[in-house]
Design a protein around this ligand. Structure first.
Ligand SMILES: Nc1ncnc2c1ncn2[C@@H]1O[C@H](COP(=O)(O)OP(=O)(O)O)[C@@H](O)[C@H]1O
Ligand SMILES: N[C@@H](CCOP(=O)(O)O)C(=O)O
Length: 301
């Protein structure tokens, strides 16, 4: 086996009302360097990663093992060095990136030749929703639908003509916990209004009407009204970003990070202004990753 690396982007799901459906990839990365070894070893080389666990308990190893077993294969021993710049449990898809990492690791070392469809299906089986998984795998922007027969359909767009700003607070919020605050059911009236808003966001993004997209993103009825209280500063960040030119600001994934869309060329200026006010947040102007998950052979000279 030749040495190789896998890199997977962060992702921001929902974009407001596209709950469990819309996602985009961002230029923060989880990277694995993989070499053949006599026994399994996973080394962490980033302060953002969780404390090292025994290999058998490692999230990425478990996903890789499970993927290999789906194909009646066993993982050969490897040494894996993990680095990341995706903060954990912040709504930037760290778990989806780790899931794709595990699936791709098994794909490479067991020679599974998985299709993109299979990777999205396996990842969604684990995550429960395809938004982050599809964005992390494919890059760009994805509009996905997980239907009642467990089929995933999607449309992939390379890019949007917007700048992206993220506001990352210094506390964690697990996706599982942020899903618990959501109601089990919405009335017909509520769901009709919520899906109409979501339809308009997608149509506005596709037609390049970012002003309307931003306005509608902020009108979500599926999850934001319930999650807002989990994020101190939720209303202030939206207002300040809007006053400084952002099209719209929403919760990234399940939060607590928030994300703005802004006119092209204005992202850095808005980010600098917002950072001065939000001293407890890390504010960054990011770009939409267009490559998605990448495997590269490492040639040792
Ligand atoms: N690189 C990684 N290695 C091991 N576990 C990870 C990694 N990335 C994420 N995780 C696991 O996923 C959890 C965060 O997932 P989640 O609550 O869905 O938040 P998010 O996906 O928004 O970052 C972490 O607490 C950790 O258990
Ligand atoms: N649609 C999911 C997205 C969760 O994204 P994450 O980055 O917070 O894991 C949800 O809103 O629960």
């Amino acid at each position: 086996m030749n040495d190789f690396s896998i890199s997977i982007p962060a992702s921001s799901a929902n974009l407001g009302p596209g709950f469990d459906s819309l996602g985009l990839a961002l230029n923060l990365y989880l990277t694995l360097h993989v070499t053949a070894a006599d026994k399994w070893d996973i080394e962490h080389k980033s302060p953002l990663l969780p404390a090292k666990t025994p290999c058998e308990d490692h999230f990425i190893y478990q996903i890789a093992k499970q993927t290999a077993e789906r194909h009646h294969k066993q993982l050969p021993p490897c040494k894996v060095v993990v680095t990341t710049d995706i903060p954990l449990a912040r709504g930037l898809g760290s778990s989806a990136s780790a899931v794709i990492a595990g699936i791709e690791l098994a794909n490479q070392v067991c020679g599974l030749s998985l299709s993109q469809e299979e990777k999205i299906q396996y990842g969604t089986d684990i995550e429960g929703h395809p938004d982050n998984i599809a964005a992390a795998l494919l890059g760009g922007v994805v509009i996905t639908a997980l239907t009642a027969d467990n089929q995933i359909n999607w449309i992939h767009l390379d890019d949007l003509n917007v700048d992206v700003i993220v506001y990352i607070p210094d506390f964690e919020l697990k996706t599982e916990q942020a899903r618990e605050v959501l109601p089990e059911n919405l009335s017909r009236e509520q769901s009709t209004a919520a899906s109409a808003i979501s339809n308009l966001v997608v149509a506005a993004l596709l037609s390049g009407d970012y002003k309307l997209a931003g306005k509608m993103m902020e009108k979500d009825l599926f999850h934001e009204p319930y999650r807002a209280e989990l994020i101190p500063g939720y209303h202030d960040i939206k207002l300040e970003a809007k006053n400084n030119g952002a099209y719209g600001t929403v919760i990234s994934g399940a939060g607590p990070t928030m994300i703005s869309f802004a006119p092209k060329g204005e992202g850095s200026g808005i980010a600098n202004h917002m950072q001065r006010i939000l001293t407890d947040y890390q504010v960054s102007a990011l770009t939409i990753d267009q490559e998605g998950s990448q495997v590269r052979q490492v040639h040792i000279k």
